[in-house]
Ligand binder design. Structure first.
Ligand SMILES: C[S@@+](CC[C@H](N)C(=O)[O-])C[C@H]1O[C@@H](n2cnc3c(N)ncnc32)[C@H](O)[C@@H]1O
Length: 252
């Protein structure tokens, strides 16, 4: 058991934090630019997450300081694997997991582009707040579908532009130009430099685009409780016929 003084010292050593966690009364980012994050977001979506995850395996991709991993471990998951490519965030997650006493959480340094190396599928995959930080987001989504999702995916992306989820026809003639002018037509804005002072914000899809990309990567959309979050089920192959991305590093 860590004393409050020890926790406070580690929290300061590991600053700045993106997740505002409550570690036995010590807040990690009380002045978060998103307000109460991620607790506020969790309050808005937790009803769509299975209340009982006993016997289920969970993968949290881009886990940051581990907020979602800890919440899912509290729902009884048999095993939670939390991965992030940033060692500093993983160090924060190690502290958070230790304070929470969540013994079923394993932390590992891994990029989303390398999920094929895991050689394992998970019942519940969390892919929250990472998509738009990637230069190759659709590739990452395809890889997640192809290699690690067994059943459910909890997904979040920053979205900008139209919030209308509109489905378009399967095909249009070459002369059809007007649909591209519609705000709801699937669009993803490319951010060449920075957005919100963050140069890792590469893309900002509109809501139709996000839904189209999730479907195209082989997901059925089950729930959409707030504009930027979806609960999905694995239902097909990425790219319809299947975009094949070999699982590098996995012995076959
Ligand atoms: C905005 S934070 C979201 C954290 C958390 N999933 C959430 O929803 O609160 C983005 C996280 O994705 C991680 N990340 C970015 N690119 C990644 C990649 N290629 N592979 C794995 N993690 C990545 C970052 O290190 C960071 O922890």
């Amino acid at each position: 058991m860590m004393t409050p003084e020890q926790i406070e010292r580690r929290v300061r050593e590991l600053a700045p934090w993106f997740h505002d966690l409550d570690l036995n009364g010590i807040r990690t980012a009380p002045n978060h630019f998103l307000g109460s994050y991620p607790l506020g977001l969790w309050e808005a979506i937790k009803h769509i997450v299975p209340a009982d995850l006993r016997g289920k395996t969970v993968l949290d991709v881009g886990c940051n300081a581990g907020f979602f991993s800890i919440e899912l471990s509290r729902r009884g998951a048999a095993r939670v694997l939390a991965v992030d490519y940033d060692e500093r965030y993983l160090e924060q997650a190690r502290l958070a997991v230790e304070v929470a006493g969540a013994e079923n959480i394993e932390l590992r340094k891994l990029s989303v582009y390398d999920v094929g190396q895991l050689g394992e599928r998970f019942d519940f995959v969390v892919f929250m707040g990472v998509f738009y930080h990637l230069r190759h987001p659709l590739l990452a989504l395809d890889l997640v579908r192809e290699h690690v999702v067994n059943d459910l995916l909890l997904f979040e992306s920053m979205c900008r532009g139209s919030t209308r989820a509109k489905r378009y026809a399967e095909d249009y003639p070459f002369e059809e130009l007007d649909i591209f002018e519609e705000p709801a037509y699937p669009k993803m804005h490319f951010i060449e430099q920075k957005y919100a002072a963050d140069q890792t914000n590469w893309w900002a899809p509109n809501v139709s685009c996000m839904e189209a990309m999730l479907r195209s990567s082989g997901f059925e959309l089950l729930q959409h409780p707030i504009p930027e979050v979806w609960l999905c089920r694995a239902a097909g192959k990425p790219g319809g016929e299947g975009a094949v991305y070999p699982a590098r590093g996995v012995r076959r």
